[in-house]
Design a binder for this molecule. Structure first.
Ligand SMILES: Cc1cc2nc3c(=O)[nH]c(=O)nc-3n(C[C@H](O)[C@H](O)[C@H](O)COP(=O)(O)O)c2cc1C
Length: 339
């Protein structure tokens, strides 16, 4: 059905299409029994699928990556499409509009997207309110700093969102890898990252309930940067890694170079990321002797891609661009392949 529906959706700009889909998802919540029928159509359960990762019980290993449900508006409806977890955000302390439009672009020849959204979101207080909705999925809170906050004060932004959302999410992902916010990826440098991880994990010690904290990495990190990051992970008891965010690289694309150049800056997601994601997951899994939970994200466009990521050492897999290109039946197809 999506092969008919997709060309209609793709008539609209990617961001308008996203708003339409989100509106439809919100409508589904209001129609009696709609969520039940969606679950019947797109949900999939099998005894081989559940797994326990960083102390949480996932009913299957597939989740929605950050950026789709930035303000925690539709995570419960997404749960009807087979996802066992949804990572909301990225959320910053204050609301912010993000970059000027247009800021999302399709590269259909590459089954990819380029986005420079710039972490547009409604801010931590508003998102915390939205998270009070009844849950049918595990919810991760992906947190970041406001664009206007100088790099030197980044840690206090992370702690503010962390504290604001603490009671409402099941785990946290520290986004230090978004290429569309000035200075953000530089937070992955050892000293900056150390400060952020230290203040967040110290804050966690003051909470009554333990919540896992993950780091979301850039796919563009060097081998040396990955090793430095892993030393911080073990020093501060980080519970896992998300491997990875979008890339600033543009190598090997089928889309003509002039078209890609005309789009300009932004993070590339989708099919071109897959091989790097698999290699990075495998390398980190080997370095950590399979002891550190890894969420593989980047380039899962067909069911076999998710299977390859799990075989490379990922405990869980997230999708975003693959869901846009494949439609609502995508997760069910992946889950059947994993079974
Ligand atoms: C339009 C768009 C917005 C995104 N926004 C965020 C974000 O706010 N925070 C974040 O950590 N990742 C964000 N991402 C990155 C995704 O979570 C994911 O890491 C990346 O797209 C690779 O996965 P994919 O190839 O399955 O899309 C965004 C991706 C896209 C396409």
């Amino acid at each position: 059905m999506y092969t008919i529906f997709r060309p209609l959706i793709f008539i609209f700009s990617p961001e308008t299409a996203h708003h339409i889909v989100k509106w439809l998802l919100c409508m589904a919540r209001r129609v009696p029994m709609a969520k039940y029928f969606l679950r019947q159509l797109y949900g999939y359960n099998h005894p081989s699928l559940p797994r326990e990762v960083f102390g949480l019980r996932f009913r299957n290993p597939i989740g929605m990556a950050a950026g789709f449900d930035k303000n925690a508006e539709v995570f419960d409806v997404l749960g009807c499409f087979g996802f066992s977890f949804v990572e909301i955000g990225s959320v910053t302390p204050q609301p912010q509009p993000g970059n000027p439009k247009p800021r999302v672009f399709r590269l259909p020849k590459d089954r990819a997207l380029i986005n420079r959204m710039g972490i547009n979101n409604a801010g931590a207080q508003r998102v915390a309110r939205n998270l009070k909705r009844r849950r049918n999925v595990i919810v991760g809170g992906n947190i970041s700093k406001n664009t206007a906050t100088p790099k030197e004060h980044a840690a206090s932004d992370y702690v503010r969102v962390f504290t604001e959302l603490y009671d409402y999410v099941d785990y946290f992902a520290l986004n230090v890898s978004c290429p569309n916010v000035k200075d953000l990826t530089s937070l992955q440098q050892y000293n900056s990252l150390r400060t952020i991880v230290e203040v967040v994990t110290t804050q966690r010690k003051q909470q009554a309930v333990y919540k896992p904290v993950l780091l979301k990495l850039s796919p563009d990190l060097s081998a040396a940067q990955i090793e430095e990051t892993l030393s911080l992970v073990s020093e501060y008891g980080i519970d896992g890694l998300i491997v990875a965010n979008t890339t600033t690289l543009r190598e090997g694309l089928q889309t003509p170079a002039a078209d890609v150049e005309a789009i300009g800056d932004g993070g590339l997601s989708g099919a071109p990321l897959l091989e790097n994601t698999i290699n990075m997951v495998r390398r980190i899994s080997t370095l950590t002797k399979g002891q550190l939970p890894i969420i593989g994200a980047g380039g899962v466009m067909q069911a076999s891609d998710a299977v390859r990521l799990l075989k490379a050492g990922a405990s869980l897999v997230q999708v975003y661009t693959g869901f846009i290109y494949n439609g609502p039946g995508f997760v069910k197809r992946i889950l059947k392949a994993i079974k």
